[in-house]
Design a binder for this molecule. Structure first.
Ligand SMILES: Cc1cc2nc3c(=O)[nH]c(=O)nc-3n(C[C@H](O)[C@H](O)[C@H](O)COP(=O)(O)OP(=O)(O)OC[C@H]3O[C@@H](n4cnc5c(N)ncnc54)[C@H](O)[C@@H]3O)c2cc1C
Length: 379
């Protein structure tokens, strides 16, 4: 058993921590105020190997695997969940099916530029009538004159406002259930493709869109892998994505804890720092313990993933637990800030809002419980 990161992983963490402090932290205030994503980060991070870092070096990745990806996500989320949400989509769900199942041509045309940050990706699964029940999607893709013609609507699509392409799930054979779902790459310039912005109260820098396909026509070669295997590819992508998601909650919880500890040590009431009151010191101790427990679950799941060992249950547990810890820690952090936590300038109120992302996106907490129950053989 080895509970230490390797020397290379520690150096990677130091480098990305330093980058996040220097290059991301100064962008947060404006990105929050304008609810806009600092898109220049894509090429900047791509150049340094911090975008899509988990992918092998042959495609331009840093080859640091899921553990490295989690390190990146945690460090970016420490500063901004909204910014990490956009980066995570690029490093995960918008590229993974192309990496795993795409043709060489698709890899060269989409994956390699995405890893460099030269092309921005999105992932379109969710629809107005198909959220948790992803198998219920209604978007269709029909082969016509050597092309695919898509019709339907995708909603809540991260990076959807500015993406260059979207990996999209659509029904190719209604009679076959999940085996009738296929995955496609739709370019932003494809005829019949349009998008509109959705506004949310949390993770404001991450841009969320509704995408519409109206007789949207794409080349036949934009099918990913085999026709009818799209649902399986989506599940492959989402399983590993849960671990990255968990590290996002971990980074957020750590940020909220650090802010709470600092504030509690500085704020004096009744003649002493509020951290000295036993209730608050115990509260901070509890927060620290929960973050530590979440960390082990996240990195254990990432290690399983990198070792190519079964990780479905652990990935779901990590996502669920880390998001619950983030909820509790951000709530306690807000309370410790008293009234000052409620003012707009306070990071504590942002952490409190942003933690909502962890329990909803890429599979709600209830869906994680469903996955875990299935893995335990209960359902
Ligand atoms: C900010 C944001 C970004 C997103 N980004 C993307 C993206 O990039 N691409 C993409 O495809 N999707 C994206 N999503 C969609 C996201 O994955 C879905 O919102 C999520 O899967 C839940 O679907 P829903 O919102 O339709 O809720 P519903 O599925 O309608 O669920 C509503 C409630 O019912 C519960 N519920 C549903 N089924 C069950 C059940 N069987 N047992 C118990 N409880 C159940 C849910 O847990 C939830 O509490 C994003 C969402 C948000 C909010």
């Amino acid at each position: 058993m080895d509970f230490e990161l390797t020397e290379a992983q520690k150096m990677f963490r130091e480098a990305i921590r330093d980058f996040a402090q220097r290059e991301i932290a100064p962008l947060v205030e404006e990105a929050e105020k304008n609810a806009s994503f600092p898109v220049h980060l894509f090429p900047k991070m791509g150049e340094l190997g911090y975008l899509c870092a988990g992918y092998p070096e042959e495609y331009g990745g840093a080859g640091v695997g899921k553990i490295g990806d989690c390190i990146c996500v945690e460090e970016i989320s420490y500063h901004s969940v909204g910014i990490s949400a956009g980066i995570m989509v690029q490093s995960g769900i918008a590229t993974e099916a192309i990496f795993r199942r795409g043709s060489d041509e698709q890899k060269q045309h989409y994956l390699v530029p995405a890893i460099k940050g030269q092309k921005i990706g999105a992932f379109g699964l969710t629809e107005p009538n198909a959220g948790s029940d992803a198998a219920a999607i209604q978007t269709t893709a029909v082969r016509k004159n050597g092309k695919w013609v898509l019709n339907g609507t995708k909603t809540f699509i991260t990076n959807g406002t500015f993406c260059d392409y979207v990996v999209t799930a659509a029904v190719t054979d209604k009679t076959k259930g999940t085996r009738g779902i296929s995955l496609f790459i739709v370019d932003k310039d494809a005829p019949g493709f349009s998008r509109s912005r959705l506004h949310k109260f949390c993770a404001r820098p991450s841009e969320t869109a509704e995408l519409t396909f109206e007789d949207c026509t794409i080349p036949e070669k934009n099918l990913i892998g085999e026709e009818g295997s799209g649902f399986r590819y989506v599940m492959e992508t989402l399983t590993g994505g849960r671990i990255s998601h968990a590290s996002r909650s971990l980074g957020l919880a750590r940020a909220a804890f650090d802010a709470a500890l600092k504030y509690a040590q500085e704020r004096v009431q009744f003649g002493q720092p509020i951290a000295k009151f036993q209730y608050n010191s115990f509260r901070l101790a509890q927060m620290a313990m929960e973050i530590e427990a979440a960390r082990w679950l996240v990195f254990y799941a990432a290690w399983l993933y990198d070792q190519k060992k079964p990780h479905v249950k652990e990935a779901a547990m990590a996502k669920l637990f880390a998001s619950q810890v983030a909820e509790r820690v951000t709530t306690e952090a807000l309370q410790l800030h008293g009234g000052y936590g409620l003012v707009e300038e306070s990071a504590a109120q942002r952490y409190f809002r942003d933690c909502r992302m962890g329990t909803i996106t890429e599979g709600t907490s209830e869906i994680q419980l469903l996955v875990i129950s299935r893995e335990l053989g209960i359902r």
